[in-house]
Write a protein that binds this ligand. Structure first.
Ligand SMILES: Cc1cc2nc3c(=O)[nH]c(=O)nc-3n(C[C@H](O)[C@H](O)[C@H](O)COP(=O)(O)OP(=O)(O)OC[C@H]3O[C@@H](n4cnc5c(N)ncnc54)[C@H](O)[C@@H]3O)c2cc1C
Length: 395
């Protein structure tokens, strides 16, 4: 689990303690300072006066700080893959005063398939096309040394899959936001939202008015909509469990690829000399501070020990996070048509880090009524594919 922002968060907050009688005016209020809110706020702050509100004292406390930190174009529905491809340029060649090291570290992902998963492997291969190469059983074993001999009859390989430095990416956006004059308030839970022509957003620390509210509250997006009198969209937060375990003595897996079951029933990823493992669970959960489920921990160990020559004696750490999906599995970056100025940025599922650079730029363009940036449009992303059915930009 990446723990973000220790002492450094305080210096990023402008304005200091808020007087509850204060009512500020902004062009836009963004609710939620995870990767979605931080990135779109940074894009908008270039030309708007933006307030970013976060309930927690650390903006990465929820899903953003709990991810597996993978970038792969071989994952998710078509719009996610398009956003991931469109984000690739920024990940590989970021133009930023706030980054001192590369954001990506190439790792590769192997998708092994058992005999009973051959059809699933063929289907995935058909779906992913050139994004992956086919491996035979011997090649899978060479690429994934701890996999049990005879476990896989073949597999797929995404050579370009990479680790993302999530902490650096998130900080880049928060610092850029601040440098553009944006104001971040942490420990500021949104408790009420009124629509009175514009929007008045009430928090535990004060109230703010703005013509535009952006709902980037992750697993709480339907709750924020309900507060604003906007219809819920059926967001489904799904819990995913992750464990850190030690490799066998003498094994240094740091440069090994990640191994993802071809039907995503488990994964194993080298992480700072250890293994990050997951049963790839997706149990529905209310929005909350997600905790690991003991049954899923047991399932994880069972699946990993069946696939790998690895005996797990001790769990070094474990956590869970919520991956939030809309019913169609696609992210929503659109105004609510009946409620001018209420903008959704939700439903990033298990892909919100790897899509953030392009999704933030696309969302900012839609918020401001601009055309989709050409490099994102070239990948096939449109306003409609992100859920827009009307303009909705406030007059
Ligand atoms: C185990 C796991 C593995 C993952 N692996 C990957 C991966 O490899 N690659 C990838 O791209 N993605 C991955 N993801 C998904 C990714 O982490 C998410 O899509 C992304 O972090 C979502 O960001 P967010 O900003 O929408 O949500 P969050 O980070 O949860 O941010 C939402 C914020 O809104 C705030 N908020 C909520 N309600 C209020 C309120 N009333 N007032 C003020 N603030 C409020 C919350 O406190 C929170 O900080 C993974 C997720 C998990 C759990």
């Amino acid at each position: 689990m990446v723990v973000l922002f220790h002492g450094e968060m305080r210096e990023m907050i402008q304005g200091g303690p808020q007087n509850t009688s204060t009512q500020d005016r902004f062009d836009c209020v963004v609710i939620g300072a995870g990767i979605a809110g931080a990135s779109v706020a940074a894009e908008l702050a270039v030309s708007m006066h933006v307030l970013l509100l976060e309930r927690e004292s650390q903006p990465g406390y929820h899903t953003t700080g709990r991810s597996a930190a993978v970038y792969t174009v071989a994952y998710g529905p078509p719009v996610i893959r398009a956003l991931t491809r469109a984000s690739g340029t920024f990940f590989r060649e970021p133009e930023s005063d706030f980054l001192s090291a590369p954001l990506l570290n190439r790792r590769g992902v192997v998708f092994p398939a058992r005999k009973d998963q051959s059809a699933a492997m063929e289907a995935l291969h058909d779906d992913l096309g050139d994004a992956v190469a086919k491996l035979d059983a011997a090649e899978v074993l060479m690429a994934a040394p701890l996999l049990r001999d005879g476990y896989a009859v073949g597999g797929l390989f995404d050579a370009d899959a990479s680790d993302i430095d999530v902490h650096a990416l998130h900080q880049h956006y928060l610092r850029r936001f601040r440098s553009e004059g944006g104001l971040l308030r942490v420990d500021a839970e949104v408790t009420a939202i009124e629509h009175d022509g514009g929007w008045t957003v009430h928090t535990s620390t004060g109230s703010t008015t703005a013509p535009i509210v952006i709902n980037a509250s992750g697993a709480w997006a339907d709750e924020i909509a309900a507060l604003a009198g906007v219809r819920r969209r059926g967001l489904m937060p799904k819990r995913r469990t992750a464990l850190i375990v030690a490799p066998p003595p003498g094994i240094e897996p740091q440069n090994w690829p990640m191994i993802v079951d071809v039907e995503e029933q488990f994964y194993l990823k080298p992480d700072a000399g250890k293994f990050l493992i997951s049963p790839a669970d997706a149990d529905l959960s209310p929005p909350c501070d997600a905790q690991p489920d003991e049954l899923q921990v047991a399932i994880c160990i069972d699946r990993i020990e069946r696939a790998f020559d690895l005996t797990i004696r001790r769990i070094e750490s474990k956590w869970a996070g919520l991956r939030s999906f809309l019913p169609d599995g696609c992210p929503l970056a659109a105004y609510e048509t009946d409620m001018p100025g209420f903008f959704w940025l939700a439903g990033q599922g298990g892909y919100g880090i790897q899509t953030a650079p392009a999704l933030a730029r696309a969302a900012a363009a839609i918020v401001q009524g601009r055309a989709m940036p050409p490099d994102i449009a070239d990948q096939g992303v449109t306003e409609v594919s992100l859920g827009s059915i009307g303009r909705g930009v406030p007059a």
